[in-house]
Design a protein around this ligand. Structure first.
Ligand code: GLC
Length: 544
């Protein structure tokens, strides 16, 4: 059966970290009206959906991922009216808006937790995960927090420990209590009724914990750096039963038209694929529309590794399940820092031409790099709590202000204002304004690629087939089908120049995009010259 491709399949998702995009009211923190002011720019990127990291009321211990009220807007970001105005304008421009839903934990200031911790017999007591101390008075088991120390904090008032795998102020909800999931489904309905187009679901594979609370086993492969990795998380991640919860969430989305959810899941393919859920008679699956595929974020940037991973992912996808690709997010080092500016162009070309939904993290379109955060500015809890490994795990460097222009603070906030994080040092040369009119800039390349992707069915929804060109540093593939022209993508991950014979694909082709933004015209595919760090998107001319 042919299923028409939907916006979340053909389209591009653009992630905004609202604190860092645009400050409109001079408090040094980005906000909803700031985003609204930048919609012309966002639209000019040819992206289809904007995903906002959390905007809800929060004491900001984890910068909004500690939610104190799921159905409100933090005053730092604006008001509900500001949100409604943003949603309306995003829609008026033909784009979609995706919110970040954080169902695994709340803030310790959420009214549910205030009730839960008030007494052992409060009706909401078991909405959270409370356990008695171990016989020695210590934590109930050895589970660890991602942000340093045990995953348990003792509550003096009621004499029990509560579970939190992130900051102490992020108590985890107990999805074994029958009232918790319905409460979260109501949250979803609240936003869906407003017209929100979907959710990015935070740490969705951790929603359920094993009910025996056994110690987790030691990880023999631990490299000795991040303590959280010293245990194998068999009782806290990907626990049996988690899929039932996600299926219920999906049912809520299915009550509406064309809404979607994309799940944050860091798992290897075999487990990751289970988060699509089960195949239904209409050809769709019953869990996440898109379980985030984070492979490109973690793997070494080497052509043989990347090619193999792309092929493997394609092979592992359940029949008809829709793929997706990501280069970075608010938790991981920026792609331009990991692979360098030249390869970041290749990476963007690959992201926009692989089969599946691309997600761009704000700033990737101009090649933003990790900022250098002076010690007195470090704010991210894992870095603050574990200074010895702050340089490895701190996320402040990837959350620096969007680099709009060369004015103080990169145009993110007023000159006299101190932004919540300093702009990256290179903002005077690397910014939107500088790239806007430069036909060879990363921004121009990004727009060319996204425009092409939008125009060409073969690129946004066609089939993928890898082409073996016999060169280690080259990754080449063909995109085709859906009645449009066929495309050949040739990516050089290395420093060498290659002369390839691709005449098996077609005799001639035209260059539709090149990472240098300076090549154009017709080519003879018998002698295709690919320069160092060059990527090419070629439209194949049908052979006469
Ligand atoms: C997710 C978010 C991260 C946050 C954590 C706890 O991994 O992406 O930013 O700190 O969940 O909510």
């Amino acid at each position: 059966m042919t299923i028409a491709h939907l916006w979340w399949q053909k389209g591009i998702i653009y992630q905004i970290y609202p604190r860092s995009y645009q400050d409109s009211n001079g408090d040094g923190v980005g906000d909803l009206n700031g985003i609204r002011q930048r919609l012309d720019y966002i639209q000019s990127l040819n992206v289809d959906a904007v995903w906002l990291s959390p905007i809800y009321p929060s004491p900001m211990h984890d910068f909004g991922y500690d939610v104190a009220d799921y159905i409100g807007v933090h005053q730092l970001f604006g008001s509900m009216d500001d949100f409604d105005a943003l949603l309306e304008e995003v829609h008026a421009r033909g784009m979609k808006l995706i919110l970040d839903l954080v169902p695994n934990h709340t803030s310790d200031e959420h009214s549910w937790f205030l009730e839960s911790r008030s007494s052992r017999d409060n009706p909401k007591r078991d909405w959270y995960i409370w356990r008695d101390p171990a016989p020695d008075g210590g934590p109930p088991n050895n589970w660890l927090s991602f942000f340093g120390g045990p995953a348990w904090t003792f509550d003096e008032h009621t004499g029990q420990y509560y579970l939190h795998q992130f900051v102490t102020q992020q108590p985890e909800l107990n999805y074994r209590h029958p009232e918790v999931l319905p409460a979260m489904l109501d949250v979803m309905r609240f936003w869906l009724d407003k017209g929100v187009d979907g959710f990015r679901l935070d740490v969705i594979w951790m929603l359920l914990k094993d009910e025996n609370f056994y110690d987790e086993p030691a990880n023999p492969e631990w490299d000795g750096t991040d303590p959280k990795n010293s245990l194998i998380p068999i009782y806290t991640q990907n626990v049996d039963g988690v899929h039932d919860l996600i299926k219920e969430m999906r049912k809520v989305l299915d009550e509406y038209d064309e809404r979607m959810m994309v799940g944050e899941i860091y798992l290897a393919n075999a487990d990751l694929m289970t988060y699509y859920g089960s195949l239904r008679p209409d050809g769709t699956y019953d869990e996440c529309h898109l379980p985030f595929n984070f492979q490109l974020i973690n793997m070494p940037w080497e052509a043989p590794v990347v090619r193999k991973a792309v092929d493997q992912y394609e092979a592992d996808l359940p029949p008809g399940a829709w793929p997706n690709w990501v280069l970075g997010n608010h938790d991981r080092p920026r792609v331009a820092t990991r692979v360098g500016q030249e390869q970041a162009r290749v990476a963007n070309m690959m992201l926009m031409t692989l089969r599946g939904t691309p997600t761009t993290y704000y700033g990737e379109e101009i090649g933003m790099e990790n900022g250098r955060i002076p010690p007195e500015f470090i704010q991210d809890p894992p870095a603050v709590n574990q200074p010895e490994i702050a340089h490895l795990i701190g996320r402040d460097p990837v959350r620096t202000p969007m680099q709009w222009d060369s004015s103080p603070h990169a145009g993110f906030t007023g000159e006299e204002i101190t932004p919540w994080l300093p702009a990256a040092e290179n903002y005077q040369s690397l910014n939107v304004a500088a790239q806007e009119d430069d036909p060879t800039s990363m921004l121009s390349l990004y727009r060319r690629l996204t425009d092409l992707r939008r125009q060409e069915p073969a690129l946004n929804a066609g089939a993928y087939e890898r082409i073996d060109v016999g060169e280690n540093e080259i990754f080449a593939y063909r995109r085709f089908g859906l009645g449009s022209d066929d495309f050949l993508i040739v990516l050089n991950f290395g420093e060498g120049t290659y002369i390839l014979d691709l005449s098996s694909q077609a005799k001639t082709a035209s260059i539709e995009a090149s990472t240098s933004m300076s090549s154009a015209g017709q080519l003879n595919l018998r002698v295709l010259i690919v320069a160092a760090n060059e990527g090419l998107v070629l439209r194949l001319n049908p052979d006469q």
